[in-house]
Design a protein around this ligand. Structure first.
Ligand code: HEM
Ligand SMILES: *[C@@H]1O[C@H](CO)[C@@H](O)[C@H](O)[C@H]1NC(C)=O
Length: 319
């Protein structure tokens, strides 16, 4: 069968071939190479969350901190060595990001059923979905086929992950730089309906900001001293009502000026995102749907595909 450059069949074939070389993520990527992948990941995530409900939040956050730094490529999982500086000690992660041991357990379980096949980057994507779903949130079909980075960047982690001191404009531009809309920003921030933050992350907000409910501020001050350096690691729930349930209470809190982080309350502070926050506070289903699509979009950030990167054997080090 001849393929003349002018024929339209040829053009279609060429586009298909090139699309393939450009490999897109797909939901059935491992369906024949690792049919037990989803059940294996899910049961390990489930047992970790049964031991400690907060772990679901910690695992979800790992995926965010992976994707926002040179794409979803498992770079956050690489350990520092004497000759390699990874992302674990970048400001947003040091003394804060957690769940690495659980990811190790998931990876070992997956290696047991299909050795050398599934990337750590994809494991993070599935783990984030399962965590949300187990804690009562929405589910979605996870796109797969990412490969693992052989590099990491502490400076990109410092510059790419927004700090809790961010203004609304700063949040919007960080997300927009990665192709995520303002609506995605608000929906994804709904992740703060689960999990905990350290005093050092919200001290300035509870002592110095005026857009905070007074009694909520004084409650949080009880376990977070004003002096920097004292009680820095004391924890408070990001959602004061149901920190282990993935629901829309985060948005209800914001409407009442009970956001824990300065950056949380920026989303409902008289600006362009107020109406979206109010909408999610009144309609849990809209939030659930928008959250799921925003998670898929976040998971699409700059994946390594085809022959780029590698399938790490151990998520903590390059092969
Ligand atoms: C919009 C910008 C965001 C900022 C400024 C931000 C900031 C933070 C901060 C400061 C903490 C507490 C860390 C600590 O004190 O140890 C935190 C926790 C958390 N963040 Fe975010 N975050 C943002 C967006 C997101 C997104 C998009 C997700 C997920 C898709 C997410 C998921 C989480 C979770 C689940 C926790 C709790 C983790 C745990 O309990 O271990 N965050 N975030
Ligand atoms: C509150 O603001 C004042 C004046 O800018 C500053 O000196 C102080 O350290 C701040 N306190 C906290 C807890 O951030």
């Amino acid at each position: 069968m001849a393929c003349f450059p002018t024929s339209s069949v040829c053009l279609v074939l060429l586009i298909l071939v090139m699309g393939n070389a450009n490999a897109q993520l797909s939901t059935n990527f491992y369906s024949s190479s690792c049919p037990k992948l989803f059940s294996t990941v899910k049961s390990t995530v489930q047992s970790a969350i049964s031991k400690e409900a907060r772990m679901g939040a910690s695992l979800l956050r790992l995926f965010f901190h992976d994707c926002f730094v040179n794409g979803c490529d498992g770079s956050i999982l690489l350990d520092d060595t004497s000759s390699f500086t990874g992302e674990k000690n970048a400001n947003p992660n040091r003394n804060s990001a957690r769940g690495y041991e659980v990811v190790d357990n998931i990876k070992s379980a997956v290696e047991n059923v299909c050795p050398g096949v599934v990337s750590c980057a994809d494991i993070l994507a599935i783990t984030a979905r399962d965590s949300v779903q187990i804690l009562g949130g929405p589910s979605w079909n996870v796109k797969l086929g990412r490969r693992d980075a052989r590099t990491a960047s502490q400076s990109a982690a410092n510059n790419g992950i927004p700090p809790p001191t961010s203004s609304l404009n700063q949040l919007i531009s960080r997300f927009s730089a990665l192709g995520l809309s303002t609506k995605d920003l608000v929906a994804l921030s709904g992740s703060h309906t689960i999990g905990q933050a350290r005093c050092t992350s919200f001290r300035a907000h509870i002592y110095n900001d005026s857009n905070i409910d007074k009694s909520f501020a004084s409650t949080r001050q009880q376990n977070c001293p004003s002096t920097s350096g004292s009680g820095d690691n004391n924890l408070a729930p990001l959602d004061l009502q149901t920190p282990t349930a993935f629901d829309n209470n985060y948005f209800k809190n914001l409407v009442q000026q009970k956001g824990l982080l300065h950056s949380d309350q920026e989303l409902f502070n008289g600006g362009s995102t107020d109406s979206t926050v109010r909408g999610y506070s009144n309609n849990p289903n809209t939030f659930a749907t928008d959250f799921a699509s925003a998670m898929i979009k976040m998971g699409d950030i700059s994946p390594l595909t085809g022959s780029k990167g590698e399938i790490r054997k151990n998520c903590r080090k390059i092969n």
